[in-house]
Design a protein around this ligand. Structure first.
Ligand code: 5GP
Length: 298
């Protein structure tokens, strides 16, 4: 028997065994681990189906779900699910006025400066579920955290937001020695934020919240000329009755050795459509609203 065939047979047997074991225990969640990412698992994902399939001894179903083409094979799916590789770090600043508009919740008095949303490795999330957020570790940073990394939506309880950012993004960023503890991740993010000085740079460029609209290309070009790299700007698309999109986030990107780099390289996917929050999208070229904080709008 050829090695590829032997491997296939082994995988089939393994899949069949796993399928029937999980099904017999009525554990759809467990089964989903083996099948979901292959794309065929969605319609097989109830214990009912698994039990029936295994009772009927229908290995072809198992073979169908396990024997995907090589690019979707078992090992490949394992790789995809465990793939926490990333290439760049994204410092995400958000404009609190737009955050409040986006969630349409009762977030009064949003800060009138750009704050940190997060420091995010690209293409990696929730890398270490066994590394829980520990508020004690960042206690020393509390004044700066509250000031520059507030939970804009829940200003009375910031730590939920920090916990979320740590678990989703920080545990991945921690692959770098420079960010390999909670203190280093949050402290390092604050350091990058301070170094970038986005608020004063925007001021210097004359880009201030205004009832007049800006051209997105003007903002991007101005930022690129100051930082020497291409930023990414994200907007809320116009709601019904609104004329234009609203600026929401500005991202500046770093290499793994924490040097500024373009957020998008020529030819790289990602300049269109990629949303980082409900409703946020890469801004369309054209006019955009940079909304003043409520009090100064009066
Ligand atoms: P991510 O989950 O990748 O960190 O960011 C996207 C999510 O963050 C979205 O669900 C968005 O609504 C949420 N978000 C943005 N700003 C804030 C904030 O200031 N506080 C909280 N709690 N969530 C936020």
């Amino acid at each position: 028997m050829k090695p590829a065939a032997a491997r296939g047979l082994l995988l089939s047997s393994l899949c069949l065994a796993l399928c029937c074991r999980g099904g017999a225990r009525g554990s759809p969640t467990r089964l989903r681990v083996y099948h979901w990412r292959g794309g065929v698992g969605s319609w097989l994902s109830t214990s009912h189906w698994f039990i029936r399939v295994c009772d009927l001894g229908a290995p072809w179903v198992t073979l169908l779900s396990c024997h995907l083409p090589p690019e979707h094979g078992f090992e490949e799916r394992q790789k995809i699910s465990d793939n926490h590789e990333w290439k760049k770090l994204i410092m995400v600043h958000h404009w609190p006025v737009t955050v409040c508009k986006e969630v349409e919740k009762d977030c009064r008095d949003p800060p009138d400066y750009w704050t940190i949303h997060g420091l995010w490795p690209d293409r990696a999330e929730e890398c270490n579920g066994s590394w829980p957020f520990n508020f004690e570790e960042i206690k020393d940073l509390l004044p700066e955290m509250k000031m520059y990394w507030p939970d804009v939506i829940h200003p009375l309880n910031h730590s939920h937001f920090w916990k979320h950012e740590w678990e989703k993004h920080g545990t991945c960023a921690a692959q770098l020695d420079a960010l390999n503890s909670q203190k280093k991740y949050f402290g390092g993010s604050l350091g990058l934020y301070e170094k970038l000085e986005l608020n004063s740079i925007l001021q210097k460029l004359g880009i201030k919240p205004s009832i007049n609209y800006y051209q997105i290309s003007d903002i991007k070009d101005a930022l690129a000329s100051m930082y020497g790299v291409v930023p990414k700007v994200q907007c809320l698309p116009p709601k019904q009755g609104e004329e234009v999109q609203t600026i929401g986030q500005i991202e500046l990107c770093f290499t793994k050795d924490l040097r500024l780099r373009n957020c998008t390289e020529p030819g790289e996917l990602g300049e269109s459509g990629r949303a980082w929050g409900p409703g946020l999208e890469v801004c369309e070229d054209g006019p955009a609203f940079y909304p003043p904080p409520p009090q100064s709008a009066r």
